[in-house]
Design a protein around this ligand. Sequence first.
Ligand code: HGY
Ligand code: MN
Ligand code: MN
Length: 430
Amino acid sequence: MTLTADPARIGEHLSRFASLSEPGPGVTRLAYTRLEREAHEVFATHMRSLGLRVWVDAAGNTLAERDGDTDRLAALGTGSHLDSVPHGGRFDGIAGVVAAMEVARLFVEQPVVMHHPVRFVSFAAEEGARFGQACTGSRLAAGLCGIEDLTHKQDADGVSLAEAMRSVGIDPVRAASQAWDPGQWAAFLELHIEQGSVLQTQGEPIGVVDLVSGSTRLRLQVRGRASHTGGTPMHLRADALTGAAEIVLAAETLANDARHRGTRVTVGQLTVHPGSITTIPGDVEVYVDVRDVDSDRQRASAGEVVSRSRAICDRRGLSLDVDLLADASPVVLPIWLRQVVSGVCAHRGTRYRVMPSGASHDTQMINQIMPSGLIFVPSRDGLSHVPSEWTSAAQIATGTDVLAESLLALDADLAGQVPTRAARSQDRGR
Ligand code: HGY
Ligand code: MN
Ligand code: MN
């Protein structure tokens, strides 16, 4: 059955979500805030309008279910997240939730017969921007996050994840103890923007992800001696910011050396104290983000950043404290599930590319409790986590068509039916 998503409707959903934001530029709708919950309510209202059963789990993930036509089968799932980074874009996560909303409409309004129930999901707190740890809602769903994570991780204002959850009516103790039951789930497919420029450069409308990068995030606390910028001669200083600056460049040098092809190391946030033009900085927090497709190299790189930072601080008479904020391993997604999606693309005559994901995603966590797949749609000029992030409604509609047909193919295959043509054709690989 060929189902066709409606770009105009997709555009309306995108605009609706984009309107739920702190003042600009861009979209700011952070994890476990009132705005994130309002966005989840928009999602829930749409699903209820289709007559689907809707509930919010203990972690604040919102789910809707379309019954299957065969009893006692586990559910197929699709969805993504509705929170954003500060001053981010309108599509990161949102594209996958809007695609799920459109698939739900197609599956309700068209004469679609499916053996499996389908669950449409909006995950909470996927972005690590506020608390350091990414994918908190999906980690909790997968049973990968304990109460100690929720009480210890804090935002820049010292608000813990647990306090933020309570502020929007979510009980962190319940959240940490009510993971999803893997037995209720058959497979999961997420649609997401690529957040890179490969699809645009190659002129391909669809990416089928084989591997999702891991990430290790550190906070380096560099301490020197704050003092007067006029009264303190250069040779008597312990300047925490010049030490931090050397650390930032050392991290970049590490990622650029030949052995680290595929490693990405970024310092996207520095907090300078006291932050006055006439006081030498005595205290600087350096936030380091290490990404890699190779888990061993990822951790080794994080360790190397720490040892190079320690050497810099020793030489400069500074002290260094290191906190591990979050860590996620790279994940290879199941080949058979990837081949269902690439088979659907081949069957529809839609060009696609098998490719890794540089960004992390809820799929990475959900794949721990059920076979999961990730479908990419292009990002204009590869930009993301910025106000100019852009993917057209037509591009999202193409991805939604592939998503809908992949769920139908999965339904048939997993219900033990004759494998569909979609599942037979082989993956062309990269
Ligand atoms: O940071 C990431 O990779 C994702 O956007 N949460
Ligand atoms: Mn995302
Ligand atoms: Mn993101």
